[in-house]
Write a protein that binds this ligand. Structure first.
Ligand code: F6R
Length: 607
């Protein structure tokens, strides 16, 4: 959601900014722009894609200068348009600003600035920052930024240029992501690492309201009292190829194919001689025994992983688990007790709703354990303990390997907590850990279903409605599979607990309606077969997912996809694979932009 890149150095800024923004395309955007300091500040911006921006820059004969800021905008205040695109410039052209986030008090600030004679061109909250900065400007960028921070309320990552300061960019963040890339004779700001990778692997993470003064040969970080802060230099551990498509048409397929490796990387360092070791977190056995209740908080697919977590943690550790959507948790006045633990799940580690919910739980004194993919992200840094999912960078908007690795950590926590609390025998533990270690191979096997899923997708690409049903853990996967389908193919799809369908929704089943029935819980298999019969009797076309060997379902379903025969606990990691591949091919068949579905953003940094 909105991408920011800033550059200062000895090379032409415009191509670096546009290239950097291209690496952030996955975040979702509807317009783009750059401001480059050459002979004064030159702004080029446009509604549309980066190719449109590039074309506009070329039409203007290029934009010369070695200092600049760039932005991809995901519209919040004001429709996507040339004028609402960033960078925004103060009325007199002195200040140029790119912004990610929302300035909540912008209307009040705008009214005050209008009284002072400022005239606004756009509907955005960001233009208020540019004009406000100009109205506060006293010749010192840092002083001015501190004043501006004191007046604005909300979330922001800001990059600011001033036409009186050709050799510096100032920047700051609060509740919106921004990193500082450290080069030789050049430095960068960016919303995420892929924008920097071609130039440097070294970066600083920023805390809220730390002010960055970016110069060609130096980076200074200051607090709000202008004291210099010494920062740790982080180093990107993955390679640029991890953020490239590597021959695939879309990142999503590349990431689907990476799941065995990602799952393996997430579990294997935490299984030592058959024993689950979660040394990264500071939980003693006594701490685990004393947990009273677990609250798992997340959004979207991470919330679906949380639901799998509820089933397995309650099942093995016998600890009550509540699962909350982050956006609901923070406003529902949750009842939290001293020995409760809050598990926060987020691939990006920057989701605004999840971060806000985490802060609410923390405010109430609850211990926070986060499950995060992006190292050093806000959620990771604000948690008491972190377990990283080692999925590597996830670029496609629709998560696949992010989700799978979150589920992998749900298993590890459930088994570890269950063992410590004495609910799993030594033999069962050995058997379960052994099976868990085989899951990457089982996922690999399912990845070969490409042709079958492609054919199925071709046959159903024009469906109007799809229902995905399951019971228990299968229901959690039904939700994830259904979300995948609707977000990238735009087909209306609903997940239902299979037993619940008859309480109303079955009225929507008619001749030919596609129902995907997930039937991989041994205990619930027969019940699910009955539910398949119910929808078949109403004319549904049923595709079932079942474990190898469970062939009875073939007599009632129209088509069966078999998954390897694993323990019920781990089926969530397998069922989701054909669902992802199906959604992918349906989207391709319908001509959708798989990696950047309409209206969506990868990292949802506004509430
Ligand atoms: C769906 C998807 C989203 C995210 C959700 C949370 O494919 O990717 O539903 O799961 O926005 O994002 P994170 O995990 O980054 O907090």
């Amino acid at each position: 959601m909105c991408g920011i890149v800033g550059y200062i150095g000895q090379n032409e800024a415009a191509p670096i900014l546009i290239k950097g923004l291209k690496k952030l395309e996955y975040r979702g955007y509807d317009s783009a722009g750059i401001a480059v300091f050459g002979d004064g500040i030159h702004v080029v911006k446009t509604k549309g894609r980066l190719a449109d921006l590039d074309q506009k820059v070329q039409q203007q004969g290029g934009v010369k200068g070695m200092v600049g800021i760039g932005h991809t905008r995901w519209a919040t205040h004001g429709a996507p348009s040339d004028v609402n695109s960033h960078p925004h410039t103060s009325m007199n052209g002195r200040i140029s600003v790119v912004h990610n986030g929302i300035i909540e008090n912008y209307l009040q600030l705008k009214a005050e600035l209008e009284e002072k004679g400022y005239v606004f061109a756009s509907e955005t909250d960001t233009e208020v920052v540019a004009q406000l900065f100009d109205s506060c400007y006293n010749g010192d960028m840092v002083d001015t930024l501190i004043q501006v921070i004191g007046k604005i309320r909300g979330s922001y990552a800001l990059g600011i240029l001033c036409n009186e300061k050709p050799d510096e960019i100032v920047a700051v963040r609060k509740d919106s992501p921004m990193l500082v890339g450290l080069g030789k004779g050049e430095n960068f700001i960016a919303s995420d690492i892929p924008a920097l990778l071609e130039y440097t692997k070294d970066y600083y993470l920023l805390n809220d309201n730390e002010i960055v003064v970016l110069k060609k040969d130096s980076v200074t970080i200051l607090d709000m009292d202008k004291n210099e802060i010494q920062k740790e230099i982080y180093n990107v551990t993955w390679d640029i190829s991890a953020a490239e498509k590597g021959g695939y048409d879309y990142f999503m397929m590349k990431e689907i194919m990476e799941q065995p490796k990602a799952f393996q990387a997430t579990i294997s360092p935490r299984i030592v001689d058959g024993d689950i070791q979660l040394d990264q977190i500071q939980y003693t056995n006594e701490d685990i025994q004393n947990i009273n209740r677990i609250h798992i908080i997340a959004c979207g697919s991470a919330w679906h992983a949380a639901i799998v977590g509820k089933y397995v943690i309650e099942g093995y550790a016998r600890i009550p688990v509540e699962v909350d959507l982050a956006s609901e948790f923070r406003y529902r006045n949750p009842i939290l007790n001293q020995n409760d633990v809050c598990i926060v799940i987020s691939q990006s580690g920057e989701t605004a709703d999840t971060l806000a919910a985490l802060r609410e739980a923390k405010r109430q004194g609850i211990r926070i354990l986060s499950i995060v993919n992006v190292v050093g992200s806000s959620i990771a840094r604000e948690s008491d303990d972190v377990l990283y999912t080692w999925a590597g960078p996830e670029i496609a908007v629709a998560t696949t390997k992010g989700y799978s690795t979150q589920v992998a950590l749900m298993y590890l926590l459930a088994l570890k907590f269950g063992q410590v609390r004495g609910h799993i025998s030594k033999e069962d533990m050995q058997m379960l850990v052994k099976e868990l270690q085989q899951i990457p191979d089982c996922i690999e096997k399912l990845l070969s279903l490409q042709d079958e899923m492609k054919a199925l997708a071709k046959a159903h690409a024009h469906a109007n409605d799809v229902f995905v049903i399951g019971r228990g853990i299968d229901y959690a996967v039904a939700m994830e599979g259904s979300l995948k389908l609707k977000e990238i193919s735009y087909i209306h799809s609903e997940a239902y607990a299979a037993g619940e369908l008859k309480h109303g929704t079955i009225s929507l089943i008619e001749e030919g309606t596609l129902v995907i029935a997930i039937a991989t819980q041994d205990q619930l298999y027969e019940k699910l077969v009955s539910n398949v019969k119910e929808v078949k009797a109403r004319g549904a076309y049923v595709v079932a997912l079942a474990k190898e060997g469970n062939t009875e379902i073939a007599e009632v379903a129209d088509k069966v996809i078999y998954i390897p025969h694993v323990h019920d606990t781990f089926t969530a990691s397998l069922n989701v694979i054909p669902m992802q591949i199906f959604a992918y091919y349906v989207a391709v068949e319908r001509g959708c932009d798989v990696d950047m579905p309409r209206n969506l953003a990868k990292s949802v940094t506004v509430e």
